[in-house]
Ligand binder design. Structure first.
Ligand SMILES: C[S@@+](CC[C@H](N)C(=O)[O-])C[C@H]1O[C@@H](n2cnc3c(N)ncnc32)[C@H](O)[C@@H]1O
Length: 257
């Protein structure tokens, strides 16, 4: 069968999978979306309905409970995740179909969990989902191609956390979408740090909390006003710093979806 270099025809790929299926440890990772269970994809739902074993942090599993009628459910915490994954690996070796759930989308600030799963499996099937970042963009009325994404989660060097956002904000070409770091680097502290680094104090900022959940909250104002917020923020918070160059819906668009 003629093929171009680097491409595997679909039928050949299927044959390869079925030849080796009995010997490989295969795990599926399903990204469950930003909190509203209706945002789980059909592919994700199908994988969950067919699973024998479903793993995830409790908050993540709560999103997909309605689709877990027959699977063994294995909640995990940051502390015991390796033990739970080890148990799952053993079950997979016995032929069980295992799904690991992750929040939002699996390509957005979920690298660590994916790496842990990859260490436990020969093949990992990824079922992407809707990210909280996409919802924040929809609420703001901006496009990914006009934005830069930065996460402050799990940075080893806490000294230079704000160097990148300062660079992109001052450059002014793109909006900056940022995940704060619960709970030591949250929106008011980030805004104060940016002001200290010389960012203009009238920069338009949005803060979204608990997007798509019943108690979703949205805030907009200037960088200076954001730095003065004294209320606590949810661990589910996203900041958007708007660049001057691209037209955006302002003020906030009406509540939707
Ligand atoms: C470890 S990251 C994982 C992001 C996830 N993979 C995604 O695509 O949304 C978790 C962070 O994402 C943001 N986040 C996730 N869901 C959110 C929501 N519903 N509303 C606001 N922020 C959210 C928060 O900054 C939270 O601390």
């Amino acid at each position: 069968m003629p093929t171009s270099p680097g491409w595997t025809p679909g039928c050949l790929r299927l044959a390869l999978i079925s030849d080796t299926a009995n010997n490989t440890r295969s795990i599926t990772v399903v990204a469950v979306g930003p909190g509203d269970g209706d945002m789980l994809t059909l592919k994700g739902r199908e994988a969950l309905l067919n699973a024998d074993l479903v793993l995830g942090f409790t908050t993540v599993l709560n999103v997909v409970r309605p689709w877990l009628d027959k699977a063994e459910v294995c909640p995990m915490t940051y502390r015991d995740q390796e033990e739970v994954l080890e148990y799952a690996e053993g079950q997979v070796r016995q032929g069980k179909r295992c799904v690991v759930c992750c929040w939002g989308d699996l390509n957005v600030s979920a690298r660590e969990l994916l790496a842990r799963v990859r260490r436990r499996a020969d093949t990992v099937r990824l079922v992407p989902g809707i990210s909280s970042v996409q919802v924040a963009m929809a609420r703001t009325g901006i496009s990914l191609e006009d934005a830069v994404f930065i996460t402050l989660h799990k940075r080893a060097d806490t000294g230079g956390d704000l160097d990148e956002p300062v660079h992109y904000i001052n450059e002014g070409r793109r909006h900056v979408i940022m995940l704060p770091r619960p709970f030591d680097l949250m929106p008011a502290g980030i805004a104060a740090g940016l002001l200290e680094a010389g960012v203009r104090d009238d920069l338009p900022v949005r803060v979204y909390q608990r997007l798509t959940l019943d108690d979703e909250q949205r805030w907009q104002g200037t960088l200076r006003e954001c730095s003065a917020i004294e209320d606590d923020f949810s661990d589910l918070s996203i900041m958007v710093f708007l660049s001057g160059d691209t037209p955006v819906q302002f003020p906030l668009p009406p509540e939707e979806g």
